[in-house]
Design a protein around this ligand. Structure first.
Ligand SMILES: [Zn+2]
Length: 125
C-alpha cells in the first residue's frame, strides 16, 4: 500500500481528529451522542452521494438509449445497424419499429440487402 503525500496528510488529519475526539470523550468534554449524530449525518451524506451517483449513471444510460433510439444518419450500407428507415435515411442500432422520426415502417438489414441486390439485378439486365 502506498500513500502519496495528500493521502498521508488526509490520513494524519483524520487520526488527529479521532485522537482528539477520544480524548474529549474521556475528559467528558464531548457528548458521545453528538459524535454519533455527526457520524450518522456523515453516513447519510455518503448515502445521498451514492444515490446521486447512481442517478447520474441511470441518466447516462437513458441518454445513450435515447441516442440509439434516434439512430444514425446513413444510407443503410453499413453492417452495424439492425433496422433502417428509407424515408429518413436513418440507421438504427436497436430494433426500432416504427421509425423514431417519421413514425413510418423501418426495414431490417436483411430486407435492405435483398432490396439492394434486387435493384442491382434489375440494372444489370
Ligand atoms: Zn423515418
Amino acid at each position: 500500500m502506498s500513500f502519496n503525500s495528500d493521502d498521508l496528510d488526509a490520513f494524519l488529519w483524520e487520526v488527529d481528529v479521532v485522537t482528539k475526539q477520544v480524548h474529549d470523550i474521556i475528559d467528558g468534554k464531548v457528548d458521545i451522542n453528538k459524535i454519533l449524530e455527526k457520524e450518522k449525518a456523515k453516513q447519510e451524506r455518503k448515502e445521498k452521494e451514492e444515490k446521486l451517483r447512481k442517478l447520474k449513471e441511470e441518466i447516462k444510460i437513458m441518454e445513450e438509449l435515447d441516442k440509439k433510439r434516434k439512430g444514425n444518419p446513413g444510407k443503410g450500407e453499413k453492417d452495424t445497424y439492425v433496422r433502417f428507415c428509407k424515408r429518413c435515411f436513418v440507421e438504427y442500432e436497436i430494433d426500432c419499429e416504427p421509425c423514431y422520426h417519421c413514425n413510418g415502417k423501418t426495414i431490417t438489414r436483411e430486407v435492405k440487402k435483398e432490396f439492394k441486390i434486387g435493384k442491382e439485378k434489375r440494372t444489370t439486365r
